[in-house]
Write a protein that binds this ligand. Structure first.
Ligand SMILES: O=C(O)CCC(=O)C(=O)O
Ligand SMILES: [Fe+2]
Length: 396
């Protein structure tokens, strides 16, 4: 089984099959990443200059900007590690975004249900897997996110993930509205406010669908790389480091209890401790990592906050902030969420490679086939100077 290469344009490729996939036209690779059984002919992967222009010309506000400005307080955000923007999407946004994530889930499910022998594996840069997912594995993954087993690429899931054949990984590559969000001026303005930086880069994006019966998600936080993931930081140090923001966007919101809601801990980011800040349950989190820990700035005890959000809400969360997801009861309806993660450069100007820009999108950016804003935000997926020759996120 070949090694999985996340950012192939930052590497010298030895594998002849992968090398061939990367020198053809982007149309050929695009066709393999969007097989016809996904039944998604209007996908942004097919767009030319006119379609990109139409997207920009047809844009409407995502957010009620005065509500964003009223609710967002940079000092509180830096101190707490997250900002909750309640009900800031316009009514039209709520409707369009909800429909978009539902369409995305249908495309994801279409892949799970398809015959994977119909996939052009060689065009994706690998030979056909010897085995595919079992019926049970497929049934468990349908209707939700992050469920297809992928500890190895034995069944080809990682290849399909990295190339965004799975809509859930880089859904903007499949659903026009979600592409519109990715470079929407209001979304970018929000990132510049959170990151305190004019220069911003895309890191990754996912659908996070939590259907009835979802068992909940463990406590964890995410690394930012570059040697900034260990040890408590002052606000000043924290502000300057190359932070990443997880924007968790919930067009339909959720309740605090048994509804697949987000749980989070104010001040936990300042400890910069993704290695140890983990637990499978709230009780173990409270008895473990949280026990006797005080907020380094306010000196208040750290505690779990169980959010309850009205439709149209967004949580902008620094990646080091401890978070988890509540279970979803069988008798409640699916929780919908889009995650968009952006980051800023190091003070030296270097940028960590992205977690997940699919190769076909990196190629389009490198070859000048995309609008300027998107090309700039994907630059670290192909520009070896910018990443200082790092190949993957946090590669020494
Ligand atoms: O589903 C959510 O609300 C958050 C998921 C999450 O933390 C993650 O995917 O890293
Ligand atoms: Fe997370």
């Amino acid at each position: 089984m070949p090694e999985i290469i996340r950012n192939p344009l930052l590497e010298e490729i030895d594998d002849p099959i992968l090398a061939r996939a990367l020198i053809g036209s982007t149309e050929e690779l695009a066709a393999a990443t969007h097989p016809s059984f996904l039944e998604n002919p209007g996908s942004p992967i097919t767009w030319g200059a006119k379609d990109w222009e139409a997207m920009e010309a047809g844009r409407e506000d995502l957010f009620d900007w005065s509500a964003v400005e009223t609710q967002f307080d940079y000092d509180a955000f830096l101190r707490d590690g997250y900002a909750v923007l309640r009900g800031v999407m316009t009514p039209e946004t709520i409707e369009a975004w909800t429909e978009a994530v539902q369409v995305g889930q249908r495309i994801n499910d279409a892949l799970l249900r398809a015959d994977w022998k119909e996939i052009d594996w060689l065009a994706l840069g690998r030979t056909e897997p010897d085995r595919f997912l079992s019926t049970d594995e497929i049934d468990r993954a349908i209707g939700g996110s992050q469920k297809a087993p992928q500890s190895t690429d034995e069944a080809g899931v990682l290849t399909l993930r990295i190339n965004s054949v799975f809509c859930e990984y880089f859904p903007a590559g499949h659903v026009p509205y979600l592409m519109n969000v990715l470079t929407h001026p209001q979304m970018l303005a929000l990132q510049r406010m959170c990151l305190d930086s004019d220069e911003i880069y895309f890191d990754h994006s996912q659908l996070l669908t939590r259907p009835p019966g979802y068992p909940g998600g463990n406590w964890h936080s995410h690394r930012i790389g570059g040697g900034y993931d260990d040890g408590t930081a002052s606000l000043e140090v924290y502000r300057a480091q190359p932070n990443a923001i997880l924007n968790l966007c919930y067009p339909q919101g959720f309740d605090a209890d048994l509804d697949g809601g987000l749980k989070i801990v104010r001040g936990s980011h300042l400890f910069r401790d993704p290695e140890r800040c983990r637990a499978p349950s709230d009780e173990e989190m409270e008895q473990g990592w949280l026990k006797d820990r005080l907020h380094p700035v306010t000196n208040e005890p750290l505690e779990i906050e169980r959010l309850s959000l009205e439709p149209g809400s967004v949580c902008c969360c620094l990646s080091h902030a401890a978070h988890a997801v509540a279970p979803k009861a069988q008798d409640r309806s699916t929780r919908w969420c889009s995650l968009y993660c952006y980051k800023k450069p190091h003070e030296t100007g270097e940028v960590q490679p992205p977690h997940a820009v699919p190769p076909v999108w990196a190629m389009k950016a490198q070859r000048g086939e995309l609008p300027e804003t998107l090309t700039r935000m994907f630059r670290h997926s192909f520009d070896r100077e910018l990443t200082r020759h790092r190949k993957v996120f946090d590669d020494a």
